[in-house]
Write a protein that binds this ligand. Structure first.
Ligand code: SF4
Length: 398
């Protein structure tokens, strides 16, 4: 990526104060010593109480770092409350629902943090039939969800591409064009994105996971199939085609510093995303990265990230992600109060779900999967928050 807007990444890696610079070990399939690597992430967020949280509309990196490091609960509350106010003033208080349908948990990639990576033989693989996807879409439509997300691991066979195209067309047909379709199907050739856009999908989510190419390289195998540049190019392709384009990062993962997170926020603003979904990194027991210790699996840092991004990008869509819900029973609600405006209940047919998120607490996953329309409605109503039933809830950023 040659765009000078992203040149800050180089600076971070060479920052001698960063925890990144102090922990250069990498992960590999055979790395049996990785459990001894102590994550130095928490070192990088030691309190500096003399620093004040100070925000301007165009936050500097230094201001972002100060906010991310802030531990004074009153100041953190101020940050979160002002983010909610900014959301209410710019895009209203409504929350929009996206029913997530997992088409398949088959993936051709091997990201080190992911439980459904190709080399994990400990999970049962599935692929929904077209009828199952259509049925789930009908339920979403009849329940008043304005949109669905078709989500799956990354695959690129012609049969699979054609299946997705047929599904998009059929879902549009059965809902009279009214059900919004978001795709989250990984990196594809630009022509394929174009085909799916023309078929009727209008939003696409492709998470960058980290805006730091060096950190990205440490959490992925080193080959063209897992290239940061290729991923950024895909995001650009999606924007160029006309998709409302979403991305996001993991928060609190091994090797990551506060500086990385501040750069993530700047990256998301600079690239002009319409939607962002980010949440706490959660270890998946079957993923190689789970051997690395990380002590920052809390929601608080993610809430700060949401609140800061809302300050920086008042009009975009920000998701209260599944990982927030997995780490805290009220994670979704707390994210909404910090500036998020999208909730994504998993409506995949029962028994066929396997989150792309990484998790250890399976009971919470089961709880999440059991969510109902009523449960969501009640929980948001208690907070005085209205749901945008039957609305797409597109990003106001054009
Ligand atoms: S993160 Fe996505 S692309 Fe990577 S292994 Fe998991 S499902 Fe596949």
């Amino acid at each position: 990526m040659s765009d000078s807007k992203f040149s800050t990444h180089t600076n971070i890696v060479t920052d001698s104060n960063s925890s990144y610079g102090r922990s250069r070990e990498s992960i590999s399939e055979s790395d049996s010593n990785s459990s001894s690597i102590v994550n130095s992430y928490t070192d990088s967020i030691k309190t500096t109480s003399e620093k004040r949280v100070s925000l301007t509309k165009d936050c500097t990196k230094e201001e972002l770092i100060a906010c991310l490091q802030e531990r004074d609960s009153l100041k953190i509350d101020e940050l979160i409350q002002s983010a909610y106010k900014i959301k209410a003033e710019n895009i209203g208080k409504k929350v929009y629902l996206r029913g997530v349908i997992e088409l398949s948990n088959i993936c051709t990639k091997n990201c080190y943090f992911c439980g459904i990576r190709q080399l994990n033989s400990n999970i049962d693989r599935f692929e929904l039939t077209e009828n199952q996807v259509i049925e789930a879409s009908k339920i979403a439509w009849e329940s008043g969800y304005g949109s669905i997300i078709l989500k799956a691991g990354e695959r690129s066979s012609k049969r699979y591409q054609n299946k997705v195209t047929r599904l998009i067309k059929t879902i549009k047909e059965i809902s009279g064009g009214m059900l919004g379709i978001t795709l989250s199907l990984g990196e594809q050739q630009k022509e394929i994105y174009q085909e799916w856009y023309q078929a009727g999908a209008h939003r696409y989510i492709l998470r960058i996971e980290s805006s730091n190419p060096d950190l990205y390289a440490r959490i992925h195998p080193k080959n063209h199939h897992h290239s940061w540049d290729r991923r950024v190019q895909s995001i650009m392709d999606l924007k160029e085609i006309g998709f409302q384009t979403g991305s996001g990062v993991m928060i609190g993962m091994p090797y990551q510093t506060t500086s990385d997170l501040a750069d993530d926020l700047i990256f998301m603003k600079d690239i002009g995303l319409h939607m962002v979904g980010m949440g706490p990194y959660l270890r998946h027991p079957d993923a190689p990265m789970s051997k690395l210790i990380t002590e920052n699996q809390t929601l608080d840092l993610s809430l700060k990230m949401v609140a800061l991004l809302r300050h920086m990008m008042p009009k975009i869509n920000i998701a209260a992600t599944t990982s927030m819900q997995l780490i805290d029973p009220f994670g979704r609600e707390r994210a909404v109060l910090a500036g998020a405006n999208i909730i994504m209940p998993n409506i995949t047919p029962s028994g066929m779900k396997s989150s792309h998120q990484n998790f250890e607490n399976l009971s919470r996953v089961k709880d999440y999967a059991g969510e109902s329309k009523l449960k969501i409605e009640n929980s948001l109503a208690r907070m005085g928050i209205e749901i945008g039933w039957n609305e797409w809830g597109d990003s106001k950023l054009t």
